[in-house]
Design a protein around this ligand. Structure first.
Ligand SMILES: [Zn+2]
Length: 158
């Protein structure tokens, strides 16, 4: 039995915030703004995990009105989402994701991001795909006002 999941997340990019992406801290002049650490890739993966089993979304499970989650490390949120998946007897087969941002160049950090995600989901880094694209200077992404991530994944009943 297989289930497919999809997630998408958006955050503003602002001066004065640390830039957490894919579970790691990336040196940059701006960081993502949010209630948690605003890790857009981990949030997209969380939503894909929840979506695959029709469990709602990250906002339902971890509301931004709850101070418990203020500035929380999104690796903890990913862990909690995965626990919900595991409790229903499923494991991740593979993940394919895309990050949309104008700057900085992030592909050199992809191996570290894959390791951080693989550690939580207990899968091989070979089963995690992280791609990146700019929007050719167009829109809020091109103006470096925001960042978007999408994730698709497959779950397998174990
Ligand atoms: Zn988010």
């Amino acid at each position: 039995m297989y289930r497919i999941g999809q997630g998408i997340d958006f955050h503003q990019m602002v001066v004065g915030r640390p830039f957490w992406l894919g579970g790691i801290l990336i040196p940059h002049t701006k960081g993502a703004l949010g209630h948690s650490d605003a890790d857009v890739l981990l949030h997209a993966i969380c939503d894909a995990l929840l979506g695959a089993l029709s469990l709602g979304d990250i906002g339902k499970h971890f509301p931004d009105t709850d101070n418990t989650f203020k500035n929380i490390d999104s690796k903890i949120l990913l862990q909690k989402c995965y626990e919900l998946v595991q409790a229903r007897g499923y494991a991740v087969v593979n993940i394919d994701s895309t990050i949309l941002l104008q700057a900085p160049k992030i592909m050199k950090y992809a191996p570290s991001m894959k390791e951080a995600i693989a550690n939580i989901l207990q899968i091989s880094t070979d089963d995690i795909s992280i791609k990146a694209t700019t929007t050719e200077q167009m829109s809020f992404i091109g103006r470096e006002e925001g960042i978007v991530a999408t994730a698709n994944l497959l779950l397998r009943k174990i």
